[in-house]
Design a protein around this ligand. Structure first.
Ligand code: GLN
Length: 546
């Protein structure tokens, strides 16, 4: 039966596992392979499996997890899905990320419903079957290859059941239809002046113990792999020499990775393995984009005023979207991370003088909020281009209410439930919610743009859909006062009449969104708002210099 299914659908499965250490950039590598397969004309779907027990990362804090990436259909997912979308130009969905927590949760719910008809419910076959069916959920007539990344590192206890499941898929689908790629670390030991293969040998040995023999190795390394190292890796890991691929640290941008892998024949290797014939990769646009990053004609400095300014991963999509805005103007974007709490303590004054644009990103809770509000004020009063996102919009509304409308102590009820002027507050539906997981306003919502605004000029269309992740909203009771004082509601949700975009027309470029535009920005298609924000910052920088 399964054989018939595989033949009917002709889907191939490519599994990416990781070895030796975490933080090797498995998500970027998987996304790069996705980019290459698309460039070869293959239709793909990508999936990330996370072995932790949270049902999704929506309730995890950024110190634990980094950014929570939101899909159009409102799933709160792993940030690697952001890489998948940026590298493949293709949207992901709630089927693109599963966690061990979700698998166990669903199996246990089935057990409670009596679906197992009194049988003993076990890791094998019940959990493994559930994992396999979640992977096969992506199989369809219009998909050639399913690319599935297994989170964590081989040897982790919590990842074992997933490796067992993908081993079984290999058995069921046949070797031509399943490929295992192992991303590993090949360290250089400076004291010995040598590159070492042993950690990789041991990691592959662990995989083989489970019954998975990798078909290719991608080696993260700081030094070039010599021929003798490649031969050694090939021999000890039982991988053909041409399937030992080097992935060295990139010079300037992660978008070099697909090109690096393609030069070593990674896409060809996959096609040969799957016995698929396709024309060579169309990477011209990608190559041009990377070359633009390598040869900028200028630079701008963007201050990002965040709560987690020390965490690279907390604002991943925002940093990427800023870089995309730079690509659109051929400039390098330098990100100046400003801790909101430093602004509060007056420790950030010199920094503000040196930046060309201020971005206040999303966030939760009151820590750093007053610093963010001060940053908005600085940008508004000094005519510095400003982009606020989600909490950034809420801060802009609070700042305007306090300092322009004269509403002393105006606030969001998230920060001050007793505020006399709740300019940002909860909608009635949200007040009744008790569970924190998956209950915010999530995913893509429609928004109508008002004529004669920065927003409509940027998008070039009246109706847009953007992704949300928040509970609080601009309080419509204050809308007419804010408008009287000069704030323009440039984008509004047509169904619920909620404010989605605000602007200040007296300022050179001041815009904030309740949604997260960063999730839809891609290097080949920079998001219009980020593109124009960087354009405004560039103009500001040029005028400042004159
Ligand atoms: N904390 C705010 C809310 O829940 C903003 C959320 C965000 O910035 N993503 O509405």
């Amino acid at each position: 039966m399964q054989e018939i299914m595989a033949m009917a659908n002709n889907s191939k499965y490519l599994f990416i596992t990781g070895g030796v250490v975490s933080s090797l950039g498995k998500g970027i590598t998987a996304a790069s392979i996705g980019c290459l397969l698309k460039a070869r004309g293959l239709r793909i779907r990508m999936l990330k499996i996370d072995p932790y027990l949270n049902v999704d990362p929506g309730t995890m804090n950024p110190y634990q997890h980094g950014e929570v990436y939101v899909t159009d259909d409102g799933a709160e997912t792993d940030l690697d899905l952001g890489h998948y979308e940026r590298f493949t130009g293709q949207a992901t969905s709630r089927h693109s990320n599963i966690t061990a927590g979700r698998v166990y949760w669903e199996v246990l719910q089935k057990e409670r419903r009596g679906d197992y008809l009194g049988g003993t419910v076990q890791m094998i076959p019940h959990i493994t079957d559930h994992v396999k069916s979640a992977i096969r959920e992506l199989v369809s007539q219009d998909v050639d290859v399913i690319l599935c990344e297994i989170g964590g590192t081989v040897g982790d206890i919590e990842g074992l059941i997933f490796l067992e499941a993908i081993r079984q898929i290999g058995l069921e689908e046949g070797t031509d239809n399943v490929m295992y790629v192992h991303l590993t670390y090949v360290p250089y030991i400076a004291a010995a002046g040598e590159i070492k293969t042993k950690p990789t040998q041991q990691s592959v040995a662990k995989l083989r113990e489970i019954g998975i023999v990798p078909d290719a190795l991608i080696c993260r390394t700081e030094k070039k792999l010599t021929d003798s190292i490649r031969r050694k890796l090939s021999l000890f890991c039982n991988v053909p020499a041409n399937a030992v691929i080097e992935e060295s640290d990139v010079r300037r941008t992660i978008y070099e990775v697909p090109l690096m892998l393609s030069e070593q024949g990674m896409d060809e290797l996959i096609l040969v393995h799957f016995r698929l014939a396709r024309p060579s990769a169309h990477l011209e646009r990608w190559r041009k984009m990377v070359s633009r990053i390598h040869h900028p004609s200028g630079s701008v400095r963007i201050g990002v005023v965040g709560k987690y300014s020390e965490l690279q991963d907390a604002y991943k999509s925002i940093y990427e979207a800023i870089a995309h805005g730079g690509i659109a103007h051929d400039v390098r974007t330098e990100i100046v991370k400003i801790a909101a709490e430093d602004v509060e303590k007056g420790r950030a004054e010199d920094v503000f003088g040196k930046i060309d644009g201020v971005l206040v990103p999303g966030g939760f809770g009151h820590r750093g909020i007053e610093g963010k509000i001060q940053a908005v004020r600085y940008a508004r009063e000094n005519n510095i281009p400003f982009l606020g996102i989600c909490l950034g919009l809420q801060c802009a509304v609070i700042e305007f209410a306090r300092n322009v409308c004269g509403l002393k102590d105006a606030n969001s009820t998230e920060m001050d439930p007793q505020t006399p002027h709740p300019v940002v507050s909860l909608m009635e539906e949200q007040k009744r919610i008790r569970n924190l997981g998956g209950t915010m306003r999530l995913g893509a919502w429609p928004c109508d743009l008002r004529s004669d605004t920065i927003a409509i000029n940027a998008y070039g269309t009246e109706h847009i859909r953007e992704r949300h992740r928040h509970r609080y909203e601009v309080n419509n009771e204050y809308r007419s006062l804010l408008e009287q004082k000069g704030m323009v509601m440039a984008g509004v949700n047509p169904d619920a009449d909620l404010v989605e975009i605000i602007e200040l027309p007296t300022h050179p470029w001041f815009l904030a969104t309740q949604f997260h535009p960063e999730f839809k920005s891609r290097p080949l298609e920079p998001h219009p708002l980020f593109r124009d924000f960087i354009g405004a910052a560039l103009k500001h920088a040029t005028e400042k210099d004159q």
